[in-house]
Design a protein around this ligand. Structure first.
Ligand code: ADP
Ligand code: MG
Length: 707
């Protein structure tokens, strides 16, 4: 395909966003100032101001060709939802007026009944409200149906409970800001007004050919292959050899970049990943709620653009057994309103003290709330990944690197010994040596790694919203900072108290620091000795959501009310149950309608061949065919039994008493999920023996290498 000469990035970037520049251009000065104040300081708009903004936004959108607007929100399904409405309003003269009011901009009322609420919304009260997140700019989304103005919103119930992924994220950012500002003020920074969480979410994904995808009910229903023998070639080699493949992928990537740039998403790095057909896209980091919106947009655009290229983009955490799955790497830090990164060690002793205090706050938070961090990254897809020697284990630990660990150890010991970093570190008087930014392949085995001036949370599932990992981190660090601020407030000598706090935290929480190989089996034992939780799957991890200490935490920082946490716990378990139910159902369906019939046809072919050869009376040898027939028939029998057992387990779980969601989810995990694994084994062996012309679906070879 020949392309016209491309526009430059600066022409494209943000052209479909009602961003700061657009607001400045299209709003009266006073209104622009007012809205800036809302964004920077958290005031609210008056109805008159909202009307002015709505009108300007509408005119801007219409001038680009938009016909509809929608409140764009993120219900607890983890996807985005929208309800489009035309700007149109019939006028008396039979013509149409293009209307959009401040009220429509600020608040929407979608029917909430089709979104999960975990029991928060009584069925008679189906109403839900969406409210504009003014700090995240509106944008124009393009699809076959034209351009739609999307207004990023939070979504809550009639009685004010959060029904979405965005509300807790925004609240957690407030909590973090409040506590971080407290600490900074106590350290003598009088200017700071606000601290924001920053996020750069690297996104991994697979691209496969759409024709093959469409022949795999498992991919269509569940996003992952429920059957599939490992091909001769896995991920031992890189897949750069296939020149023609790369061209198709790179055409996809270029289009993705362009689409994202229009939407103001700063897609920056794109490359192939470890597994064949796997790739990664990384944006430049941004304020966490915007980065979170951008990640949702990214996932949506990737799926859409893939289709245009005859491809399908798989975001599932583990689409293929035997090769690496996909995750997101959430790079996270805190930044003051004057642009200072609080996890940057800086160049002066004063910066170091502040840096070490912030670092200690994170270490303490991660140790005290490892269970919450773990569940924030839990979904059924990720259960296949964590601890499978390709992604960090299910155990949360913090990687600091040798140098930083050494510095902390010195501080804890309070002793002046020589070290590789050159002598004794006295918080507040000496300058830290420059800390290396680790090459990511060196510490890839850590779930939570310090990388020079930020932390990288590597457990995050590829298909989910980044909201939970981020609101969890924000809230637990807010709690550490709040305890630190309490101590500093009482201190007579702040400098000395800072040292004492850092020392205490290292002493109490050093068990969470682990710089070794997280994939190694002995780490699991070592972690158990240290008393670190190892929550191997979503069902086990879910309990953390409703643990008393965690409810207290979220209530204290006004991120969740206890009832909202109960609801999220229910939804986590219900989603688990639904996922396994669909997967098991798809496995049975594919067995009965595709695999078993095809294998029977193949055995008939073998039998016919044996008979036909014998009938020639030549005495020709048929032993190979006979052996094959016996082997295949025997495996087919195993497979049939496996599927019968799976069906029995399915019925048992389906008919289980539904009062206790945890017990039901455990049943789906222990009986159904286990039976799925057993059944799959014989099918994958069969795949290796059955003539490929008889095998009823594209194989891993097709899916992974013929892109
Ligand atoms: P690389 O891995 O290529 O060296 P980086 O480590 O700089 O790149 O960045 C990886 C991701 O981390 C990018 O998305 C980047 O924007 C993000 N990032 C960098 N600094 C920060 C920060 N202070 N806060 C949050 N994310 C950040
Ligand atoms: Mg990285």
């Amino acid at each position: 395909m020949k392309r016209e000469k491309k526009k430059s990035i600066s022409e494209i970037f943000g052209s479909r966003v009602f961003n700061d520049a657009a607001m400045k251009e299209h709003l009266p000065k006073e209104t622009y100032k007012a809205i800036r104040k809302v964004i920077d300081k958290g005031d609210s708009l008056t109805p008159e101001q909202a009307n002015i903004v709505a009108t300007a936004m509408k005119e801007w959108a219409i001038s680009h060709g938009a016909t509809h607007f929608t409140h764009w929100f993120q219900p607890m399904t983890g996807f985005t939802a929208e309800k489009h409405e035309a700007f149109l309003w019939p006028a008396e003269n039979g013509k149409a007026l293009m209307t959009f009011s401040g009220k429509e901009l600020i608040k929407g009322e979608p029917d909430a009944s089709s979104f999960p609420s975990g029991g928060l919304r009584a069925t008679f009260e189906a109403r839900g409200y969406t409210a504009w997140d003014i700090s995240s700019p509106a944008f124009l989304k393009e699809d076959e149906g034209g351009l739609t103005l999307c207004i990023p919103t939070a979504f809550c119930s009639y009685t004010g409970e959060a029904l979405d992924k965005k509300t807790p994220l925004l609240l957690s950012m407030d909590a973090l800001s409040k506590q971080a500002v407290r600490v900074l003020r106590l350290l003598g920074n009088r200017k700071v007004q606000k601290v924001v969480a920053t996020l750069g979410a690297e996104q991994e994904y697979f691209l496969i050919d759409r024709r093959y995808y469409e022949q795999r009910p498992d991919l269509i229903y569940t996003g992952r292959t429920l059957y599939g023998a490992k091909p001769a070639k896995g991920q031992e080699m890189e897949d750069h050899y296939f020149g023609s493949i790369k061209e198709r992928i790179s055409a996809f990537m270029s289009e993705i970049d362009e689409e994202l740039w229009k939407l103001g998403v700063s897609a920056r790095t794109r490359h192939n990943e470890v597994a064949p057909a796997q790739h990664e896209l990384a944006p430049v980091f941004a304020t966490a709620n915007i980065a979170s919106d951008h990640n949702q947009i990214m996932m949506e655009v990737m799926k859409k653009v893939a289709i245009r290229h005859g491809l399908v983009c798989l975001l599932h955490e583990k689409p293929f057994a035997g090769v690496n799955g996909s995750g997101k790497h959430n790079n996270w830090s805190m930044q003051t309103d004057d642009g200072q990164n609080l996890l940057d060690p800086g160049n002066t002793p004063h910066d170091n003290a502040q840096f070490l205090l912030m670092l200690a706050a994170v270490i303490k938070a991660v140790d005290e709330y490892a269970d919450l961090l773990r569940v924030s990254a839990a979904n059924p897809g990720n259960d296949h990944r964590l601890g499978a020697n390709e992604a960090p284990p299910a155990i949360i630990s913090v990687y600091l690197g040798d140098q930083l660990t050494d510095i902390l150890e010195q501080i804890e010991a309070g002793e002046s010994r020589g070290s590789r970093t050159g002598g004794f570190i006295d918080v507040g008087t000496s300058v830290l040596p420059p800390l290396p930014r680790d090459a990511s392949d060196r510490n890839r085995t850590s779930p939570f790694a310090f990388t020079g001036n930020k932390f990288e949370f590597r457990m995050v599932p590829s298909s989910s919203s980044v909201s939970a990992p981020v609101f969890t981190l924000n809230t637990i660090v807010a709690e550490s900072l709040s305890q630190i601020a309490d101590r500093l407030e009482k201190a007579t000598n702040v400098q000395e108290e800072v040292k004492a706090i850092i020392k205490d935290i290292i002493h109490q929480h050093k068990r969470i620091v682990f710089n070794g190989n997280g994939y190694a089996a002995d780490w699991i034992e070592e972690a158990a000795r240290r008393g670190l939780p190892n929550l191997a799957n979503t069902v086990d991890a879910a309990k953390a959501i409703v643990a008393e200490k965690n409810k207290k935490l979220y209530e204290k920082h006004k991120v969740f009310k206890a009832g909202e946490l109960e609801a999220r716990y229910e939804i986590t378990l219900e989603t688990y149950i639904k996922t396994i139910r669909i997967e098991a159902g798809a496995m049975i369906e594919m067995a009965e309608r595709m695999i078993i019939p095809s294998v029977i046809t193949y055995t008939k072919m073998l039998a016919d061949s044996i008979n036909a050869v014998a009938a020639t009376g030549t005495g020709a040898d048929t032993s190979i065919a006979q052996d094959r027939l016996k082997q295949v028939s025997s495996l087919l029998k195993d497979f049939g039994s496996g599927i019968a057992a799976l069906r029995a387990a399915f019925d048992e779980a389906e008919n289980a008493h539904h009062g206790d969601t945890y017990a039901v989810a455990s049943l789906w995990r222990d009986r159904v999920f286990t039976a799925m694994g057993t059944a799959r084994q014989s099918a994958d062996l069969l795949e290796g023996l059955v003539d490929q012309d008889f095998w009823p679906m594209p194989t891993y070879q097709d899916l992974l290498f013929k892109v």
